[in-house]
Design a protein around this ligand. Structure first.
Ligand code: BGC
Length: 770
């Protein structure tokens, strides 16, 4: 390894500043005289978008495997498979001479209409964190870097470059940061990309708390922070805030600004040196992986097909699937011939090849006669004659396979979807075809949920095929014909209506702000708590076989938070086909100081079983599985008490429940302060013991002051009212009986509680009455 300290000493100020700004949209600035090579980065995250000419931002990239996008990846719930996918992407990076791939994206799907939701994993931070961790392990295990993005709260495309996400601390810690945290702590991404937007008033590209206090100091991130492309507004503020590398380049004025700032003392050179050191460390690490050669296109295409097959979710099936060798099949829908397999924007891959769904179907349906109708146009126009043609074909066949995809421009980086609807033409088409053909199967390609109430009753089966990557056409055929038994499970809830969704009234925000008013209640956390019915719940998906969960056990009924526990359950394949089930473990807290969601995913495992086979699945639950973030204590806390361990096949299909008892090992400081209410004093163990002597006297004084314990006079429960009054204010009613001011009395009590010097005058004695 190079002696980085020595290199930094030899660098001029200008060279340091230049290293911290891109030389081109995709490369850093090399320093030949010191043997510092350039570092090449490319998008991500479901393939490599390597442009041949690094000076070009948007040109068509070199061919690479387009894997299914993140929504599909996450629906596999298969951490090993996603690691393999990461390895394949790394091999392509090596061949295409890319040092760092710009992914994965670990943002939460706060709103289903988010334009980039197809690039993100889940509405659940645990699942998203697991996926991001596996992806990074896969890529970096092969000596190629990743860029975990977009850190943080980049949850909508509307005004994404400027919007201010207003998020309370607990929500940030429990919902929007944990996927990043898990990936940083467990997989150590080489780089993290800061988001475009502002968070609570500060651009993420200048957010010291986010980039330095939390990312570096709390989580121990050792790589470098790169700006999202164009996210830096004030280069000096961004360096101070924690952005090491500004992209894209070249930006000579920025280099000059950094040089000037160091010279005039407004930026400490030590901070610049730290950024330089972070970049150099990654740069030299990357240079240890020799680049060039080729990658195995066929193997990667096959892997893309596997991932697509594993991620597709069978939403509805009356038994028509798997297909039983129908002889006449009507194939309807233009996406049967024009595969819809990825979204628009920076993640857009130039695929090495594309499986055409129709062609792949014909291979598996070797004995069947396939007829085809386009069904709907590429745009949103209405064409009745296309529907009529499709109906004729469907009527004359045994089965109608309807390939439906969203219009291409609907799902893209840069803007959100205005609704969750298919086109009017598509809805009419589905209804018209399923009215004449009971064996209608709808296959939908989309990156995020669509609503289905207007048509879901009609078809016999519905397959969610996602943005399925370049090999997805084959994967659809695999699932339809049962070559692959569907095992995808939704990584996000499918709502019945857009208006039912958690952030509906807080989106898109106004006056530059979007307020995360739903707090920790996003996705199933919201639907559960509000008892809002959904179309398909989080974790849901059908199989061609069936499973039972029995014999749920916990390693211990009573446990200490730091020890955690293990949950085990027997999963049996009770059907006739080999298949895979996803065992999902949720935790429910019976009672907590702050409101918590009814249940939260804290563990899962995917298991393959032969017919009749049983396997025991063991899933560990640690401290964090039971903890919540307390903004008062500014830390994750646990509380003594009862929890339910819920094991199920989706968020609404809980099969087994086991009660456990947690013992907290935390010794939390008291949160009592001058404005704490009497109730808070009495609920606080230390506060209660300090206060008790006073309370007795006060009860009798209250009787004197208010005339009796109740208060028939004004028809309200005065004692309840008093309980919720700041204790200090309450003392004002008796201030003439106090030896000193209420403020001093309370400060004295607080001094005892917080372990400072004892306050002598806190106890009122009758003799003290003035
Ligand atoms: C996107 C990033 C991407 C970058 C480089 C930005 O607009 O938000 O996800 O990595 O461009 O293409």
């Amino acid at each position: 390894m190079k002696n980085i300290t020595k290199i930094i000493k030899q660098m001029t100020l200008e060279e340091k500043a230049a290293l911290c700004t891109g030389a081109s949209p995709w490369t850093t600035t090399p320093i030949e005289r010191l043997g510092v090579p350039e570092l090449t980065v490319s998008d991500g995250p479901h393939g490599v978008r390597r442009v041949a000419d690094v000076d070009s931002l948007l040109e068509k990239s070199l061919p690479a495997t387009c894997f299914p996008t993140a929504s599909c990846m996450a629906s596999t719930w298969d951490v090993e498979l996603i690691q393999q996918l990461g390895e394949a992407i790394a091999e392509e990076c090596v061949a295409l001479k890319v040092d760092v791939v710009l992914g994965p994206g670990a943002n939460m799907k706060r709103i289903p209409q988010g334009g980039r939701n197809f690039e993100y994993y889940s509405e659940d931070p645990y699942l998203a964190g697991k996926m991001a961790t596996s992806f990074i392990h896969g890529v970096q295990g092969k000596g190629v870097g990743t860029s975990l993005k977009h850190y943080a709260t980049n949850n909508q495309e509307y005004q994404r470059l400027t919007i201010n996400s207003v998020v309370d601390e607990r929500t940030l810690r429990e919902i929007y940061l944990p996927a990043f945290e898990m990936a940083v702590k467990n997989a150590h991404p080489w780089t993290v990309m800061c988001a475009y937007n502002r968070l609570n008033g500060t651009y993420c590209s200048e957010h010291h708390k986010l980039l330095v206090d939390i990312l570096e100091n709390e989580w121990g991130f050792e790589g470098f922070v790169v700006s999202d492309w164009g996210a830096v507004h004030d280069r000096i503020a961004s360096l101070k805030g924690g952005v090491d590398l500004e992209m894209p380049g070249p930006r000579e004025l920025r280099v000059k600004a950094v040089v000037d700032a160091v010279k005039n003392g407004s930026l400490e050179e030590a901070r610049l040196d730290d950024a330089v050191r972070r970049i150099l460390e990654i740069l030299f690490k990357a240079s240890q992986t020799p680049k060039g050669g080729s990658f195995d296109e066929a193997t990667h295409h096959a892997l893309a097909r596997r991932v697509a097959g594993e991620g597709m979710v069978l939403l509805k099936n009356n038994g028509i699937l798997p297909l039983k060798d129908p002889q006449h099949i009507a194939v309807i829908g233009r996406s049967a011939k024009n595969a819809y397999f990825q979204g628009g924007g920076s993640s857009h891959i130039n695929p090495t090849q594309v499986d055409v769904p129709f062609v792949e179907l014909q291979i598996l349906a070797a004995n069947a006669e396939l007829s085809y109708a386009e069904g709907y146009p590429a745009d949103e126009s209405y064409r009745q004659e296309m529907i009529d043609e499709a109906v004729l074909l469907a009527r004359a066949s045994e089965v109608a396979l309807l390939y439906i995809c969203l219009p291409e421009t609907k799902e893209s980086e840069g803007y959100d979807r205005p609704d969750l609807d298919l086109t009017t033409q598509q809805v009419s088409l589905i209804n018209a075809v399923s009215a004449v053909q009971p064996n209608t199967v709808v296959i939908i390609n989309n990156g995020a949920p669509v609503v289905m109430s207007e048509w879901i009753e009609g078809p016999a089966a519905v397959l969610e095929a996602w943005m399925m990557g370049q090999a997805g056409g084959g994967a659809i055929a695999d699932v339809l014909y049962g070559k692959v038994n569907p095992s995808g499970r939704l990584a996000e809830s499918f709502p019945l209506r857009l208006v039912d969704t958690p952030a509906y009234i807080n989106y898109p925000g106004g006056n530059g702000d979007v307020r995360y008013g739903e707090g920790i209640f996003i996705g199933y956390r919201y639907y559960d708590a509000k008892q809002v019915p959904v179309l398909f719940p989080f974790g849901y998906g059908l199989s061609y076989t069936s499973f039972t969960f029995t014999n749920l056990k916990v390693s211990t009924q009573t446990f200490k938070d730091v020890d955690g526990l293990e949950v085990s359950v027997d999963v049996t394949n009770t059907g006739k086909l080999t298949g895979k089930e996803v065992v999902q473990v949720y935790v429910h807290d019976h009672k907590s100081g702050l409101v918590r969601p009814p249940k939260e995913l804290k563990g899962f495992a995917k298991v393959e079983l032969q017919p009749g086979e049983t396997k025991t699945i063991t899933i560990p639950l640690d401290f964090r599985a039971f903890a919540y973030y307390h903004p008062g204590y500014k830390q994750w806390i646990t509380e003594d008490g009862e929890f339910d361990i819920l094991v199920g096949a989706s968020a609404t299909d809980i099969r087994n429940v086991q009660k456990v008892q947690l013992q907290s090992t935390l010794e939390l400081p008291s949160l009592l302060n001058r404005y704490s209410t009497l109730r808070e004093w009495l609920e606080d163990e230390q506060g209660k013991s300090v206060l008790m002597p006073m309370v007795q006297q006060m009860t009798s004084m209250m009787r004197d002051t208010f005339g009796g314990e109740g208060s028939e006079g004004i028809g309200m429960d005065v004692s309840g009212f008093m309980m919720d009054m700041p204790f200090m204010d309450m003392l004002y009613f008796f201030s003439s009986d106090l030896p000193t001011t209420p403020e001093e009395v309370v400060d004295g009590l607080l001094a005892q509680v917080h372990g400072k010097e004892r306050y002598a005058g806190a106890v009122i004695s009758p003799g003290d009455r003035r």
